[in-house]
Design a protein around this ligand. Structure first.
Ligand SMILES: Cc1cc2nc3c(=O)[nH]c(=O)nc-3n(C[C@H](O)[C@H](O)[C@H](O)COP(=O)(O)OP(=O)(O)OC[C@H]3O[C@@H](n4cnc5c(N)ncnc54)[C@H](O)[C@@H]3O)c2cc1C
Length: 593
């Protein structure tokens, strides 16, 4: 198996990747059970009530929903069986994340309970801490939340001012400070609080019970979307926290926060794809039922464009999510087999794939925004009305580009982490593959088409462009490159397109080798070509932008030729591809993959 981030310089074999067509019956049963729960317990009651869930009005109902989901085992997915959980594989947890997305804002509530609010204890707790808190969280007797952000410390999370000072008898930390945007905070019993001990440079993490005293909860925030999730400020005023409630070591809080976010990011991406699938099915159903000019609107090319694009982006992103999820599981097993502690193996495996998790957070959330926006457009005026619920989905989706690290921060993180592993830690060799690029450029200098195996060449060229422009920029700008964020955003987008396209290609190659269903394969091959076509357009755009922005005298003439060659047009007809993809799903009246 490749190391995290190594995809940019090495080829993966299709037989090594997991594809969603390989889910077991049991995994699919969990997915379907979660989808049914969302429909029966969340969607139908919302329809009957004629309005969405709102934390300002429906707190008891939200709490009851969490407890009901716990009865089905859903609050203990990542918790060990000895503490009342199910201890699912990481990839199965992602499938759960996809399915729970059809619960709209409840996905955020249960996400905080099962992910950011409890994983710090699962991964970093002592046996005593786990035994005390995890059974109560798994059963939802106690609701959990994660308190990192402060009014003055958002993206720059390590700059928080919340302070912990050891009491004179050495038994307690006295906590003072203010946290903001705390999901589940309105009804939480347990808060994972990040604070600095004395004047430490780095944060520490604490398990804080509301009952410790000195904890005050603010009013529910009035938000654009996810109104059915509780979001509040939390104030700590001389809150006494027993010393045994420090998580891991003093000063380890920032590391804990980042690692928990690695997991949160890929989970958010899986949830985004769940939202895309849900919206897409609604859009297709509506388009087949809504008649204008004596035809269903699904007959119109403009509508097929949207359906074809939405389906393709969803399918492609899904390929990368579960490829990564399985790699995290494999890495974890590799580590435990070599004697690493079970929980340390989990966090190390997540860290290994931090680059992919950041890429997926950005890509998934932006595909979701695209899909929900187009779903609303397909619904026309009815999409804008509260009656259909589409406007709620549109508002709910917007948060995904902001939390778990904004998309700007995650773009920089993906690029920065790769450069760190390559240049500082020397874990990934980008120098030698970079040396082969001029030869590859020369070989392709007179090529106008990609010929046989076009998709594999396109992916390889995307990787070459990323390496070449990173190298040129690094030489030209040196350490100043970190200040050129626009350039880094462009490079990060090329990196992402390469990963998504490669993952999709590997999925298709594996399906080809399995002689997968012929009718489905036609659609899948068309989606592959369409994704390649679109991604190449994006890569060309980002690469040109990056080259055009380099300082004068960077031999831009030559660089532009390189972009023109490596990102040359992929000779397919995108309209024919989109229509064919759309027609398949329109005939099925749903997104059926
Ligand atoms: C509904 C909701 C629920 C949330 N739940 C939780 C929770 O449960 N627990 C918790 O701890 N937090 C939570 N958050 C907080 C969330 O994680 C932060 O909002 C997010 O990290 C961004 O921080 P900020 O809002 O302070 O924005 P800022 O950091 O102020 O960013 C504002 C803009 O500046 C950009 N920016 C910032 N720094 C840089 C930089 N170095 N380079 C380039 N651009 C930059 C950002 O990308 C963004 O576009 C929640 C937020 C919301 C809205």
């Amino acid at each position: 198996m490749l190391k995290g981030g190594e995809f940019i310089v090495k080829k993966e074999s299709a037989s090594n990747v997991f594809i969603p067509e390989e889910w077991s019956e049991e995994q699919l049963m969990i997915r379907d059970m979660v989808r049914d729960f969302c429909e029966q317990e969340i969607i139908n009651p919302m329809k009957a009530r004629g309005r969405e869930l709102e934390a300002t009005k429906d707190r008891d109902e939200i709490v009851a929903l969490l407890e009901k989901s716990a009865e089905m085992g859903l609050c203990g997915l990542s918790i060990a069986e000895e503490y009342g959980g199910m201890d699912l594989k990481f990839n199965t947890g992602l499938l759960f994340g996809e399915a729970i997305a059809s619960g709209f804002s409840f996905a955020t509530t249960i996400g905080a309970q099962t992910s950011i609010g409890s994983l710090p204890i699962v991964y970093y707790g002592t046996d005593e801490q786990r035994a005390k808190y995890l059974p109560k969280i798994a059963s939802a007797e106690w609701k959990a939340s994660y308190a990192l952000t402060e009014p003055g410390a958002g993206s720059d999370a390590n700059s928080g001012k919340t302070k912990a000072v050891l009491s004179s008898d050495g038994t307690k930390y006295i906590l003072n400070g203010q946290k903001m945007w705390i999901t589940n905070g309105g009804f939480a019993h347990v808060f994972i609080v990040f604070a600095k001990i004395d004047d430490d440079e780095n944060l520490s993490a604490f398990i804080v019970e509301k009952e410790f005293g000195g904890v005050t909860i603010g009013e529910e925030e009035k938000k654009l979307g996810i109104k059915g999730s509780s979001t509040v400020q939390v104030f700590f005023n001389d809150c006494p926290v027993p010393v045994e409630n420090l998580l891991s070591k003093r000063g380890a809080g920032f590391k804990i926060a980042l690692n928990i976010l690695n997991s949160g990011r890929i989970k958010l991406s899986a949830g985004s794809i769940g939202g895309c699938k849900y919206g897409l099915t609604q859009a297709i159903e509506y388009a087949t039922e809504r008649y204008q000019f004596d035809k269903p609107i699904s007959d119109f090319g403009a509508m097929k464009f949207k359906i074809g694009e939405m389906a393709t982006k969803t399918f492609a992103t899904e390929s990368a999510i579960y490829r990564t999820g399985r790699n995290i599981d494999i890495k974890e097993k590799e580590l435990t087999d070599s004697g690493v502690d079970k929980y340390e193996a989990k966090t190390k495996a997540l860290k290994e794939f931090a680059i992919e998790c950041a890429i997926l957070k950005v890509y998934g959330s932006e595909v979701l925004d695209y899909c929900i926006d187009e779903t609303l457009q397909i619904f026309g005026g009815m999409g804008y009305s509260q009656e259909t619920g589409v406007e709620m989905g549109y508002r709910d989706a917007r948060i995904t580009r902001i939390y778990e690290g904004t998309n700007e921060i995650n773009r920089m993180l993906a690029f920065g982490e790769l450069m760190k592993r390559a240049l500082k830690k020397k874990e990934i060799d980008i120098i030698n593959p970079g040396k082969k690029i001029p030869m590859s450029f020369l070989k392709q200098i007179f090529s106008s088409s990609y010929g046989v195996g076009a998709e594999a060449k396109i992916v390889e060229n995307m990787k070459s462009l990323f390496l070449a422009i990173s190298g040129i920029s690094g030489k030209k700008l040196g350490l100043k490159m970190v200040d050129e964020q626009e350039l880094i955003m462009n490079l990060s987008d090329i990196l992402s397109e390469a990963y998504i396209c490669e993952s999709l290609l590997l999925r298709v190659e594996k399906l080809r080798s399995k002689n997968y269903d012929k009718a489905k394969m036609v659609v899948i091959e068309n989606m592959l070509q369409l994704q390649m076509y679109n991604s190449l357009e994006k890569v060309r755009d980002c690469a040109s932008n990056a080259i055009d922005s380099l300082p004068e005298g960077s031999r831009q003439g030559l660089q532009r030729k390189m972009v023109k060659r490596f990102a040359r047009r992929y000779d397919v007809n995108p309209t024919v591809l989109r229509r064919s993809v759309a027609d398949y799903f329109i005939a099925k009246k749903r997104y059926s993959f």
